[in-house]
Design a protein around this ligand. Structure first.
Ligand code: SF4
Ligand code: MSK
Length: 671
């Protein structure tokens, strides 16, 4: 039987329910899935990376199959054209993350001067950062340290030569590779600007050299701008701690004023959390007939506030329009990145106000209340008051909030992963490394990234995660993957165990953590880089990230930020499997370099595989290869996919029988 539209578009039951309700009502709300259908067939030249409009002699396109042109008017071939397109995507992605980091540095500077509604919250962290930067800490006040740390971070953006401070955290072996490849980032902004220069007509015309600059800018993002965003957000708002919360549309309340925060920056949403608890605000909501104000979130602003306050998550990227379509949202407050321009159009069918807050991101048809950190609390209250005033406009007859929500535990930072897996009295990465060395953990995988309407919503994330867990690979996650996994109970320490192999269950039950560790928003992938570097430094697992039995994946990516992330992860040494290919496949040499040759230069490379089960096999084969190279044993317990290990001589039936015997001995262990 053919799948209904709702079922084929998403595997999330709450998303399906809203899609079905829309279909039933015959409501003419145009959604991203409809617009994706309307775009079909999408331009093949664009998909293959074979079109260029970098100058006014063009646009030019390369014919990959027939007798058409093989070079553009200037003579650029397919490899050069596709490489230029790709690294410009890196430039945009790195700029977005790094500008976010710059804004956090600015907020910290204002807080240090006592000039805003923010304060320096994590004194221990700012002291450690100051020490790392070589700033004298003795006798200095937290404000003074914060000021100096923020200024040092600012100078990393404009630095013209030398090496980034945070890049020094990488393993020595990796840094050597970067220096050898001339890929060590000098300054965060400088590398982005140099991409734009080199990709101008008639400048860099050798595809590997172009990719080299892409790598350098991406490393400036992961080990620079994104790391500034993460570290300074911790100083301002506190380091995340493991915290329980709820996820999915059911986290909203039909009787309350529902306000959703959406985008990427934590600054205003932190204030909204505080303002929503103000008795005057609660009273104002009650005066309009509501129980109170329920704040929830979408995308990475949500992840930031979840990690520090346990604020519920309404959904991930593809759920933003559907949140409006529940009819129960008084306001969606947006800052920057991943906000669909369609939101005000969708909101026309409902009473929802779309409130833009950043001077960098305005939307036709939205209400604009500009954020200013000097009046942050006042602005947060103004926004909530606008939402409360909108509550009587809600049409109760069309309200449809699916009663679907899940429990999750989030809030794993570089620091507390160290404490959790090492134990409070012996904090170190030793037990984590030992679990990998013994084969209790076969390896680790970072699964991150967006949703993409070209793929079934959430399926790539969830199926890949489940496959890896069943094969004793521990998963770390951020962004929309974290939200997807949470919706299926994979971030719930108990519910998730049913999906895990014996080794992961043993460890996770002993320390009480879920097998999927939520490390935050997209910029917080920088936390994952530091965890991997610390594992190398702990010893026993090789000399670089490239030696670790570890990998990265982005099953449903769509944003240019994901291209930058993919490059800094691969160039940091990790095998990186993408569910959506880069637009390079019309460029033969470039594709070969990214999926093969790049490994020799940087230690990591890419693979493109949309099928999550096949992607898991690529990752497991890679992990096993790394285990073998390190002389590590096969996985400690039987696993569904045996890969290259001698046990693969066992028949699948034998393995299944062993797994069933384990499950019988301990029902909690049932797969
Ligand atoms: Fe065509 Fe070259 Fe101009 Fe690109 S840069 S549009 S390939 S002439
Ligand atoms: S929010 S970049 S859709 S992960 Fe960070 Fe989700 Fe991708 Fe935005």
């Amino acid at each position: 039987m053919a799948k209904s539209k709702a079922t084929s578009r998403s595997m999330d039951p709450a998303t399906q329910e809203v899609l079905r309700a829309l279909e039933k009502d015959g409501q003419a709300v145009d959604l991203s899935w409809d617009r994706c259908d309307a775009q079909q067939p999408q331009c093949g030249f664009g998909q293959l990376g074979l079109c260029c409009r970098h100058c006014a002699m063009g646009p030019c396109r390369i014919d990959p199959f027939g007798n058409g042109p093989k070079v553009g008017i200037c003579g650029a071939n397919a490899d050069v054209i596709a490489a230029r397109v790709l690294v410009r995507m890196i430039a945009a992605g790195a700029a977005a993350h790094s500008d976010h980091g710059r804004d956090v540095a600015h907020t910290l500077l204002e807080a240090a001067k006592g000039d805003s509604d923010y304060k320096v919250t994590d004194v221990e962290k700012v002291t450690k950062l100051a020490e790392e930067f070589g700033i004298a800490t003795e006798g200095a006040s937290p404000q003074d340290l914060a000021r100096q740390v923020a200024e040092r971070c600012f100078s990393e953006y404009g630095q013209q030569s030398g090496e980034l401070l945070f890049a020094q955290r990488a393993p020595e072996d990796q840094k050597k590779r970067w220096r050898l490849m001339n890929a060590m980032p000098r300054g965060i902004d400088r590398e982005i600007v140099e991409i734009m220069h080199r990709t101008h007509i008639g400048v860099d015309n050798e595809y590997k050299n172009i990719i080299g600059q892409g790598v350098r800018a991406a490393l400036g993002d992961g080990w620079g701008g994104s790391m500034c965003a993460t570290e300074l957000s911790d100083v301002l708002f506190g380091r995340p701690k493991p915290i329980r919360a709820r996820v999915n549309f059911g986290a909203m309340d039909p009787e309350s004023v529902n306000v959703i925060v959406h985008g990427h920056e934590p600054t205003l949403s932190e204030m909204l959390v505080a303002a929503a608890q103000d008795p005057a605000i609660i009273k104002a909501a009650q005066s309009k007939g509501a129980k109170g104000v329920v704040l929830s979130g979408i995308c990475c602003t949500a992840n930031e506030v979840l990690m520090r306050h346990g604020m519920p998550i309404a959904g991930n990227f593809l759920q933003q329009e559907l949140a409006v379509a529940t009819g129960a949202v008084e306001a969606i407050v947006v800052d920057v990145q991943c906000i669909m321009p369609s939101l005000p159009e969708v909101a026309k069918h409902y009473h929802t106000k779309i409130v833009s807050t950043s001077p960098k991101a305005k939307f036709e048809g939205a209400m604009h209340i500009q954020f200013d950190e000097h009046r942050a609390m006042e602005i947060a209250k103004d926004i909530l008051t606008a939402a409360i005033d909108n509550f009587p406009n809600r049409n109760r007859e069309i309200v449809h909030i699916p009663d679907i929500k899940n429990e999750l535990v989030a809030g794993f930072s570089t620091e507390n992963v160290y404490e959790f897996l090492g134990g409070r009295y012996r904090p170190s990465y030793r037990p984590l490394n030992d679990a990998v060395i013994s084969g209790r953990f076969r390896g680790a995988c970072a699964i991150v990234g967006c949703n993409n309407p070209k793929m079934r919503h959430d399926e790539g994330h969830v199926e890949l995660t489940k496959e890896l867990l069943a094969n004793d690979v521990i998963v770390v996650t951020t962004g929309c993957t974290a939200i997807a996994d949470a919706k299926y109970g994979l971030l719930d320490p108990k519910e998730s165990l049913q999906h895990c192999g014996h080794g992961i269950r043993e460890v996770c039950r002993a320390v009480g953590i879920p097998p999927v560790l939520h490390q935050g928003s997209c910029v917080d992938i920088s936390r994952i880089l530091v965890v991997l570097s610390n594992m190398v430094k702990e010893g026993g697992l090789g000399e670089s990230i490239a030696d670790l039995p570890a990998a990265g994946a982005a099953p449903e990516w769509m944003s240019e930020k994901a291209v930058s992330i993919g490059f800094y992860v691969a160039a940091s040494g990790a095998y990186t499997v993408l569910g959506v290919p880069f637009p390079v496949q019309g460029a033969k040499n470039l594709t070969e370099y990214l999926t093969n040759g790049m490994e020799k230069d940087y230690g990591g490379k890419f693979a493109f595989e949309p099928d999550p089960v096949k992607a898991s096999r690529l990752i497991l084969d890679h992990i096993d290869k790394k285990r073998q190279a390190l002389g590590l044993p096969a996985p400690m317990y039987p696993v569904p996919y045996l890969g290259i290990w001698p046990e693969s001589q066992k028949s699948e039936d034998q393995t299944k029988a062993e797994l069933e015997a384990q499950a019988k001995a301990d029902p909690m262990m049932a797969v």
